[in-house]
Write a protein that binds this ligand. Structure first.
Ligand SMILES: *Cc1c(COP(=O)(O)O)cnc(C)c1O
Length: 283
């Protein structure tokens, strides 16, 4: 017991694979609960015609936690930090679908592109970034899925492009230009959808009121699809751009608004250390 606790402490850098029956049970229970809530909320949205994807956000959590979820059938995992993702991908099963959901920096394109089972980059926000990524992906046999990050809440601290609000969407809107650029000029990227974080004002309460940031992303999606109508077939899944929205505190509201991809961390893995704590533990 003492040994495993010591190893867990070390695993702030998520290298050590330490598995205990207690942790396995804890993860199975929370994963089952989140899955049930995802199903329930998705079935409340009559217009949903596809199963939502649950991305388990495993940042700062050890590879052993990911493996427990994997063995329980979970395949989609999300990570925020490039080096952490690279390290984990190297030691975990090759059929995991990794979603990069952290701030995307152009100079990290090469290392991101080197992960063979990287499934999607959800945080693309510039032509420069898209070009850099596409250029690094020449050895992949399938294009990499990308989602464009939209700053629906307008908060300065959040990345992403402004949402679209008027029909037809202005041709010079950054989001329209970036989407067109990817579809026409980035052969190694597949424009899969839009992602947002949104404001977390309702985060501590379960609420039935649809989050207005989620509505904004949905409207933005509809307007962008209209703008890209001539290129239909070259983007999205089954003719639709997917919406990645909803986290532990608000994924049910997001699903009721029509989210296709929810990103849940704390709800599955429990609370995380703060970024600063991880840094000081590693130094
Ligand atoms: C950390 C993170 C999540 C998961 O957040 P929780 O509140 O722990 O569910 C989802 N999306 C992004 C972009 C994140 O950075």
């Amino acid at each position: 017991m003492r040994i495993s606790r010591a190893l867990f402490r070390m695993s702030a850098t998520p290298a050590a694979v330490v598995r205990t029956p207690e942790r396995a049970e804890e993860l199975r229970t929370s994963l089952a609960e989140i899955r049930a809530r995802v199903q329930q909320a998705a079935s409340a949205n009559a217009s949903a015609n596809r199963q939502p994807t649950l991305v388990a956000v495993s940042k700062y959590k050890p590879a052993s936690d990911i493996l427990e979820c994997y063995e329980d059938g979970q395949r989609n995992f999300g990570e925020n930090y490039v080096q952490e993702l690279v390290d984990k991908a190297a030691q975990l099963p090759a059929d995991i679908r990794w979603h990069f959901i952290g701030t995307f920096q152009t100079n990290k394109s090469k290392i991101l592109a080197s992960i063979p089972n990287l499934y999607a980059v959800q945080t693309v926000g510039s032509v420069k970034g898209a070009d850099a990524l596409s250029k690094q992906l020449t050895t992949r046999t399938t294009p990499l899925n990308v989602l464009l990050q939209v700053n629906t809440s307008g908060e300065g601290a959040k990345s992403g492009l402004p949402p679209l609000t008027s029909s037809p969407a202005p041709e010079d809107a950054e989001l329209v230009q970036l989407a067109r650029h990817i579809v026409s000029s980035c052969p190694h990227l597949h424009l899969q959808g839009l992602m947002t974080i949104g404001s977390l004002t309702e985060s501590l309460h379960v609420t039935v009121k649809p989050n207005e940031d989620f509505e904004k992303l949905k409207q933005t999606r509809d307007l962008l699809e209209e703008a890209l109508a001539a290129e239909k077939g070259k983007w999205g899944e089954d003719g639709r751009l997917l919406l990645s929205m909803g986290m532990s505190s608000d994924f049910e509201a997001a699903l009721r608004t029509g989210s296709d991809i929810v990103r849940v961390g704390t709800g599955i893995f429990g609370s995380r250390p703060k970024k600063e704590e991880v840094k000081s533990a590693a130094s």
